[in-house]
Design a binder for this molecule. Sequence first.
Ligand SMILES: [Zn+2]
Length: 157
Amino acid sequence: MKKKYAVQKSGIRGKGLFAVSKLGQHEIIFIPKGIIKTVKRYSISDAKTEQHMLAIAPHTWLKTGKSDPLRYLNHSCEPNAYICGFKIIVATKDIMPGEEITIDYSFTEEDPFWELDHPCQCGTPMCRVRIRSITHLPQELRTAQKQYTPDWLQKYT
Ligand SMILES: [Zn+2]
């Protein structure tokens, strides 16, 4: 299958994933691959040192390889994609060619110690600046984003 994205310099931070052709609302963009990593309990040290991982269940992450597009999927507080089910990256709206593909990291993680290691620079009007797990979000926001929340985090919406 033809790749729907390309890695390019991001206007948000570092490198990002960009649509190479128009992506329709609800279209699957990619499914990350990796190895499963688990911990018994969340800790500050794990939350600070581990990178390139996608939480897919309580205490369970997918650790992605060097070539996985997930590594370049930037956070935005007003994203155009989300995690559907457990790890499927899906467009929330039509994405035009050349547009950066983003997800809201807060809706991928329940670890209360996890925090984005820099202030968010997404530049959207709704920017929360400090990005932490879903457990720190106001209930109204969780409820509003219910349809864009992975299955295992639905209990917070
Ligand atoms: Zn932001």
